[in-house]
Design a protein around this ligand. Structure first.
Ligand code: SAH
Length: 426
């Protein structure tokens, strides 16, 4: 979400006459687009913000701006009081306050046509920023903003506001425009992406959107994330199975494998229901890869409850598990009502247990690709090697002097590891 928001903001700023620079000390405007989903992310944002102070002291004309979840849809006066060198703050996905601030400051009269273009970008027109032009192969499109689910541990609903879907036509137009500018893969984003359209009039849903996006010529791949187990319909799974451009890769977090913990998290399903769902995904989309998210050390999680999560991960053998240690977030139900009683060392221990289990599983799954030919969409060349991904989202490295950027090519896999593969062009 933040990557997509930052890219839109970058194009608007370029339209206003700004250019990107790599070194903060050369910048006239610095924007930190922040995440606060865990304390570690928040600390990173605060650390960066603190490190900017000397630049502001040296150059009082420097504009320092905060954006994203550290500010949130309701604003965050405490942060602004604590960091008086912040000039302007914008909520997630809406840089209007920053744009207005810069407009006022420059005092320049912009032609109406130019201002209309800037507004159009902020309203949804897609223009690739200069540094991405002829470079970017894969891009994100937010389709559902905010979230109304209120898992007890999660701060996102209070920071990003209530769930609302983007208009259907706007998404199609944005995707067409991206493809016209060289993008070959799009990833549709939402906190619960499969709820897309439920708040819009008419019979709009993610499956229908995928069908329409599928028709865009020169678009090679479509992905979507994140799914919630309760909202993955058979229709959606069938659509993924039917449409060749829609990648057989499902990101569907379980968060915990113990039913009491799942209930305390207010996730709305049991571990048995999740197991059934994984079975159904595998049956309906043969060869699909599945990624999950897990939080260890939720308040009150006993050793036995944790072992239920461990067992589930061991049984289901999914391709990827994004692991997190529970982090109390101000204002959430869990932070207000439940004691963060699993010691940090124990959280770390549980984290490491799942990490090494998943490493074994991913190693085993990826090893099956040895000597197989897979299709890879190439995204970047770095340190002499081309990097791309399979439809199942496996990272593949290939050495080649050809320009493979944006090409989908067959690759023979010659080495496999838990996190990536190495192969040769066919
Ligand atoms: N809406 C998506 C993504 C949420 S944020 C979803 O429901 O999955 C991404 C991940 O961060 C979550 O899946 C969860 O595993 C983790 N997370 C969220 N809040 C957290 C918290 N308070 N402590 C630790 N991990 C958290």
């Amino acid at each position: 979400m933040n990557v997509a928001d930052s890219r839109r903001l970058a194009s608007a700023l370029e339209m206003m006459g700004f250019e990107p620079t790599i070194k903060p000390k050369d910048a006239d405007v610095i924007i930190l687009n922040t995440c606060v989903v865990r304390q570690s992310a928040e600390n990173k944002a605060i650390g960066r913000l603190s490190s900017l102070r000397p630049l502001k002291d040296k150059n009082p004309d420097l504009v320092i701006s905060l954006m994203g979840c550290l500010i949130g849809v309701r604003g965050n006066q405490k942060i602004l009081d604590r960091f008086p060198w912040v000039d302007v703050a914008s909520p997630p996905s809406d840089p209007t306050p920053l744009i207005n601030f810069l407009n006022q400051r420059s005092g320049k009269d912009r032609s109406q046509a130019k201002q209309d273009k800037i507004n159009a970008i902020l309203d949804g027109d897609f223009v690739l920023p200069q540094k991405d032009q002829n470079q970017l192969v894969s891009a994100f499109i937010p389709i559902v903003y905010g979230c109304s689910h209120a898992c007890t541990y999660c701060i996102i609903p209070s920071k990003r506001g209530i769930e609302h879907s983007r208009p259907y036509d706007e998404i199609i137009t944005e995707a067409q425009s991206m493809v016209g500018q060289g993008i070959r893969e799009i990833t549709l984003l939402g906190q619960i992406v499969d709820r897309y359209g439920l708040d819009l009039p008419g019979n709009i849903n993610l499956a229908g959107l995928l069908h329409d996006l599928h028709q865009i010529k020169d678009l090679k791949r479509i992905r979507f994330l994140t799914s919630h187990p309760n909202w993955m319909t058979d229709d959606l799974l069938q659509t993924v199975a039917d449409l060749p451009k829609v990648c057989p890769h499902i990101e569907v977090p379980i968060q915990a494998g113990d039913d009491d913990i799942l209930a305390a998290m207010k996730r709305g399903y049991t571990s048995a229901e999740y197991r059934d769902l994984v079975g159904k995904i595998r049956k309906m989309i043969p060869g699909a890869s599945i990624a999950t998210d897990i939080i260890v050390g939720f308040p009150g999680e006993t050793q036995e409850q944790f072992m239920n999560t461990y067992q589930l991960l061991d049984d289901l053998r999914m391709d990827v598990a994004h692991l997190a240690r529970y982090s109390p977030r101000t204002g959430t139900y869990a932070e207000r009502k439940l004691e963060d009683d699993v010691p940090e060392a124990e959280k770390m221990h549980r984290f490491r247990m799942l990490e090494s289990l998943q490493e074994e599983i991913s190693t085993e799954i990826n090893a099956k690709l040895m000597n197989q030919v897979v299709s890879v969409l190439f995204e970047e060349k770095s340190r002499g090697r081309w990097r791309g991904r399979t439809p199942t989202n496996k990272l593949v490295f290939v050495e080649s002097d050809e320009n493979l950027l944006g090409q989908e090519r067959n690759v023979l896999i010659e080495w496999t590891g838990p996190w990536s593969l190495i192969g040769a062009l066919q």
